[in-house]
Design a protein around this ligand. Sequence first.
Ligand SMILES: [Zn+2]
Length: 251
Amino acid sequence: MRALVVSLHDVSPLTRERCERIVEDLAALGAVRLSLLVIPDHHGRGRVGEDAALCGWLRARAAEGHEIVTHGYFHRRARRGQESLVQKFTTRVYTAGEGEFYDLDSGEAAELISRGNAELRELGLDPRGFIAPAWLLSVGAEKALRDLGCEYTTRLRTVSDLRTGEECETQSLCWSVRAGWRRAVSLAWNAVLNSRLEEADLLRISVHPPDIEHGAIWRQIRSFITDAMRTREGMTYLDWITRSREHPRAS
Ligand SMILES: [Zn+2]
């Protein structure tokens, strides 16, 4: 059976209330195994360990079968001097300054990844995958993930098994809600992408906390998930990676 992975990005003390509503709403559609992408210290002012309610909620969701994934550390990229136009466009316009792992070297990346994983493990969580903010992962950061024994990572267009080297090409649906024109473009683009991916082994739907506040966006996300659940098995990224290892041709 083909697969559906729904991921919820940017789970943190700053987004907890919306994340709770989203997980509850999607569970009502039958999506009960999500990949929850947790930011260890959101913008330096949202440490997961300091929010007891969030810690309890995450442990309860993990016990239900949801997956906890480490998602950056601060989820904010420090600006560097002497940036090229391409670097400026990618890091400021495309991601609004959130591409934390866009150009880290392997040492810098390893330090942040291990710190984040260790903090989540201290809370009784067990992150096995890592997904960079805005899916921007430098070559050095990917090397750091392999060295640290991370199971997998994803980018906008791929899911990579870091143990076997297998890479599945399938572009994630995701919505941009920062402005009215972005919402209109997102609705049209995701409709095209969703139908283009009808035959794909893996359909990826990436949800962000603000999505639930925009009626048309949220209705589209719900309808895509509802439709996909008729022909696909809902699972986490880790489930998908595990299944791909057991049945290599399925990937
Ligand atoms: Zn993010």
